[in-house]
Design a protein around this ligand. Structure first.
Ligand SMILES: [Zn+2]
Length: 214
């Protein structure tokens, strides 16, 4: 089977997204770029995580051509492919409708700096303007919102996180959901005190070295 490891990793990640509540039903999609030929393994449309198998995960070229795909791909294939075309360093994309990120995407234009974790996405996480799901307009809005970032929200829709590999993109999705949830809880109880941009920049520099020290 082509890209076996990538397809199996996608199955495991989908199960984890479902188990942790970041994905309900079929409302999320995951992809991995692999191989020298710029191939992308991506979740199929309309298959619940519990029923997903590696063989059902499709493989497409960056131009969208199906290489080995028994089912129709996720309707957000244009979103995934547009990100890979625009960002050569990206190896994985995770898109969910996780509840806190989706709720916050209806309220703000960027995720407020309520916690220093907002620094882990390369700068303030931007909310892309709303566009109908599955469209090239949505894909290009997301690529723009992701400029120099590793995460964005899609207005009135959900969240997108990217990374050099699937584990990193998944972890960023978990942290993004947590930050959005913290903001919503704080805003429900009062007016959250936000961290100044200079502090977020300092933390971003500190996080860039995190995990590399002895
Ligand atoms: Zn979506």
């Amino acid at each position: 089977m082509l890209l076996t490891a990538a397809r199996e990793a996608i199955v495991t990640t989908c199960q984890e997204l479902s188990r942790t509540g970041l994905v309900v039903g079929t409302a999320g999609n995951v992809s991995v770029r692999a191989g020298d030929l710029d191939l992308v393994a991506v979740t199929p449309s309309g298959v619940r995580c519990a029923r997903l198998t590696a063989g059902l995960v499709g493989v497409h070229r960056l131009d969208g051509t199906a290489v080995d795909a028994p089912l129709a791909p996720t309707s957000e294939l244009p979103l995934h492919l547009a990100i890979y075309r625009a960002r050569p360093e990206v190896g994985a994309v995770v898109h969910t409708h996780s509840p806190a990120a989706t709720a916050l995407s209806t309220l703000v234009d960027e995720v407020p700096a309520v916690h220093y974790y907002v620094a882990m996405f390369g700068g303030p996480v931007v909310v892309a303007p709303y566009a109908t799901y599955g469209t090239d307009e949505l894909a290009s809005n997301a690529v723009e919102a992701l400029r120099e970032r590793t995460a964005c929200l899609l207005g009135n829709h959900g969240a997108v996180t990217i990374g050099p590999n699937l584990k990193t993109a998944y972890d960023r999705g978990v942290y993004l959901e947590w930050v959005c949830d913290v903001y919503l809880r704080a805003a429900a109880a009062g007016t959250p005190r936000l961290l100044p941009p200079a502090e977020i920049e300092a933390v971003a520099a500190k996080l860039a070295g995190y995990g590399q020290r002895r």
